[in-house]
Write a protein that binds this ligand. Structure first.
Ligand SMILES: Nc1ncnc2c1ncn2[C@@H]1O[C@H](COP(=O)(O)OP(=O)(O)OP(=O)(O)O)[C@@H](O)[C@H]1O
Ligand SMILES: [Mg+2]
Length: 439
């Protein structure tokens, strides 16, 4: 639990923002224990360098922070930076300087002054915390590899470890990431010094940084994929903060809310936050009405903050693949999709593999691909201006020859109202008459 009951009393206990520590961190105990255990095991353990991967909002940053806090509390020197903008290597050097000023180990004095001005980073210190006042001339000409090596040697002498974490690694500059990887490989894997590494990034990192001849370090990192939250996890993640803050929720409402969380911790926070507001908690109990409103609101926010950006992260060919999949009624085998796209089947296989690794589709061998919840069908229909009524049924596609032109699409805004029972969005046009329909 991250806040005291007193501090939370009466306040909305949910935190629907990126990187914000939740009141109740659910479904991650085993992974966090495992990661920390492997760091303690030292450079001989293959999980000493790990890569946390997951879609947006799956809880990577929160998990990284938890691991950092635990290791810092055991006396480790933690250097945490984010890779989102250029200057990653300079930021790491800066953080070494800052850590050296604040950690009690006197041998660190030589790194005490900053190297660059970038500051979107942090350090964590354990029980050895002490402000180091000595100022010496920084070794400006010292390379990052030298700095990290000396730091790891000092840590070894003092029987602690150094943990370097890099969040948002998927958007790091390639050259900088490679240089860092070479340094880490040298220090951790060849010299066997206690410099542990945990990176975090979107799933596509698997075919950007973790693939290719030049990326052996990242390729060998222990992959740690963010698991979906189970319904019992979601129940706990909703109920505990509500009760902790003095509110209450009906059993049916709790179950409906937990079931609609899907696998996303971000969605859990959104639903909890908005149900709390709608019910005017803690004065009013959270009921099914409040939950259904909250789910509707969460759908809109997830579409805006997760699905739409994820769709536009894709190349136009990848978007075209998803569009074709929807047009084929989500029954698209590679050969059918290749026909619709007017592309070679081998190229389509490559696109499908990337989309699968990045969490947009799920492939099962010998079967057609299916969309995941990352970019649902309704978003593709909306963003591709598809008029789904014009879409041929997948069974008719065989009659289209290999050189068939791309099937045209036309505008039709969909209703997209969430239907909790069928756990799907309405596919009918906006302002349709009668009840919503999922298919
Ligand atoms: N295990 C969890 N239990 C409950 N809530 C969680 C959990 N993990 C994360 N959250 C909540 O989910 C939201 C997203 O978490 P976080 O920012 O860590 O995701 P992320 O994967 O780093 O996202 P991004 O890819 O956009 O950086 C936050 O509101 C956070 O409080
Ligand atoms: Mg994050």
């Amino acid at each position: 639990m991250n806040d005291s009951a007193e501090a939370l009393s009466g306040r909305n206990p949910f935190s629907p923002g990126f990187g914000k520590a939740p009141v109740s961190l659910v479904g991650r105990d085993e992974t966090i224990d495992d990661l920390c255990e492997s760091l303690r095991a030292g450079p001989d353990d293959e999980r000493f360098t790990s890569m946390v991967m997951g879609i947006r909002g799956s809880g990577k940053t929160v998990m990284l922070t938890e691991v950092e806090d635990r290791m810092a509390s055991e006396g480790w020197l933690v250097i945490s930076v984010d890779g989102a903008s250029s200057g990653l290597l300079g930021r790491i050097s800066d953080m070494i300087g800052q850590a050296s000023r604040e950690h009690e180990t006197p041998d660190l004095e030589r790194f005490a002054a900053p190297v660059s001005k970038a500051t979107s980073t942090g350090i964590k210190l354990g029980p050895y915390r002490k402000v180091w006042s000595a100022q010496t001339n920084p070794p400006q000409d010292m390379s990052l590899r030298e700095r990290l090596t000396i730091l790891a040697r000092i840590a070894q002498q003092h029987d602690i470890g150094v943990l370097l974490t890099v969040d948002e690694l998927h958007s790091a500059e390639k050259d900088e990431a490679r240089r860092l990887a070479n340094d880490l490989q040298h220090i951790t894997q060849r010299k066997k010094l206690p410099l542990a590494f945990v990176g975090a990034g979107l799933l596509e990192i698997q075919y950007t940084l973790m693939e290719g001849k030049k990326n052996t370090f990242f390729k060998r990192c222990n992959p740690c994929k963010m698991a979906p939250l189970s319904v019992p996890d979601a129940i706990q993640g909703l109920r505990v903060p509500i009760e902790y803050a003095g509110g209450s929720i009906d059993d049916d409402a709790l179950l409906a809310a937990a079931r609609s969380v899907g696998d996303s911790p971000y969605r859990l926070q959104l639903i909890g936050h908005s149900a709390w507001k709608v019910a005017n908690a803690p004065h009013g109990a959270i009921d099914e009405f409040a939950v259904s409103q909250a789910i509707h609101h969460a759908d809109e926010v997830v579409a805006r903050n997760i699905s739409e950006p994820a769709f536009y992260d894709l190349s136009s060919t990848e978007q075209q693949y998803l569009e074709s999949l929807v047009m084929l009624g989500e029954q698209g085998t590679n050969s059918r999709i290749a026909t619709v796209m007017g592309k070679d089947e081998r190229d389509v296989r490559g696109i499908a593999r990337r989309l699968d690794l990045a969490g947009y589709i799920r492939r099962q061998s010998g079967k057609a691909a299916a969309l995941t919840t990352l970019v649902p069908r309704e978003i593709i229909i909306q963003e591709c201006d598809l008029d789904i009524a014009d879409t041929p049924h997948w069974a008719e596609i065989d009659t289209i020859g290999p050189s068939a032109p791309h099937i045209p699409s036309s505008r039709s805004a969909a209703c997209r109202r969430w239907m909790p029972r069928s756990k799907a969005y309405c596919v009918l046009p906006r302002n349709h008459s009668g009840r919503c329909r999922s298919r």
